[in-house]
Design a binder for this molecule. Structure first.
Ligand SMILES: C[S@@+](CC[C@H](N)C(=O)[O-])C[C@H]1O[C@@H](n2cnc3c(N)ncnc32)[C@H](O)[C@@H]1O
Length: 283
């Protein structure tokens, strides 16, 4: 990158470089990355195509372009992502919240009564818990995670959305949940099998925390642990809602049946894949 670059020329060059390196959405990523360094929105970029970039701007953009070309996720480079139309801070300590997980949130919102208490197991960035609290002003939410680094991010996100008074984050292992029952329990736990892990795209396998993804040989370890504790963690009449991988519907349904839950169902995502399995503790 020389110093006589205009914004448009840099965009074109970066897009081509990303394409060459096998980045999925080369133009979009180039736009978002450059816009973020220049503190412009995308419209601002289009309006400034002819603007020459100064050396300092190029020096700040260059290392980020290099890192993205090495498949580091854009969201980690920007330090944020969007979930449920809210901004969330992310770092390599947390899984980047996925749009598919909004299905789990939709189900939770649908099951929620006027007020109550929700537990989000494996809360990560806090995306589910905080978005739920944002929608349901008479609910208290708790997020649990084994990673204290993730909990710090979640706490920061709750503060950022002025929801810290209704969001509590606690360190804990889902293998041994606290002795406390909730009206609604949601979880997007790790559910990738050992063999599937090897096939994941480099953005995920090399950069997102393995602890947030891997769940034993079949990817079912966390579901087994959660199913074993439904009596402890759910109030009578309370719902357990779990995000699942697209091949896990039957195995997870079986676990919930064996755990004695009722009204068990599966909700598909917008691509038609099974995405959430839910069940209710009898009254
Ligand atoms: C798939 S990520 C989900 C993150 C977030 N809820 C989301 O949907 O974006 C799973 C989370 O579970 C946490 N986790 C992994 N093993 C755990 C365990 N044994 N106990 C509690 N949390 C665990 C990870 O640290 C990670 O934050």
């Amino acid at each position: 990158m020389s110093e006589s670059w205009t914004l448009l020329k840099l965009l074109r060059w970066t897009t081509g470089f990303f394409r060459e390196k096998g980045i999925d959405n080369p133009r979009l990523d180039a736009e978002l990355l450059i816009a973020s360094v220049l503190e412009l929105d995308r419209v601002g970029l289009y309006l400034n195509y002819d603007r020459p970039l100064v050396a300092d701007e190029l020096a700040r953009i260059r290392p980020l372009v290099k890192r993205r070309a090495q498949h580091e996720p854009l969201q980690y480079l920007l330090g944020k992502t969007e979930f449920w139309s809210l901004d969330f801070k992310v770092s390599p300590a947390v899984l980047i919240p996925r749009a598919d997980t909004e299905i789990l949130l939709e189900e939770a919102l649908e099951k929620a009564t006027e007020s109550g208490e929700l537990l989000d197991i494996g809360t990560g960035s806090g995306a589910i818990a905080i978005s739920f609290a944002h929608e349901k002003e008479h609910w208290q939410v708790a997020g649990l995670d084994i990673s204290t680094a993730a909990l710090e991010i979640a706490q920061g996100n709750a503060l950022r959305h002025a929801l810290a008074s209704r969001c509590t984050f606690m360190a804990g292992d889902l293998a041994c949940l606290p002795e406390r029952a909730y009206d609604l329990v949601v979880s997007n736990p790790p559910y990738i099998s050992t063999s599937e892990y090897e096939t994941l795209m480099p953005e995920v396998r090399e950069y997102e925390p393995a602890q947030a993804l891997l769940a034993g040989e079949e990817g079912l370890d966390c579901y087994r642990l959660l199913a074993a504790q439904v009596e402890k963690v759910l109030k009578p009449g309370g719902w357990l809602l779990l995000e699942i991988g697209f091949r896990q519907q039957h195995a997870v349904t079986d676990l919930l049946v064996k755990a004695g839950l009722t009204e068990i169902y599966c909700r598909q995502d917008y691509a038609g894949n099974p995405r959430v399995v839910g069940g209710r503790r009898a009254f």
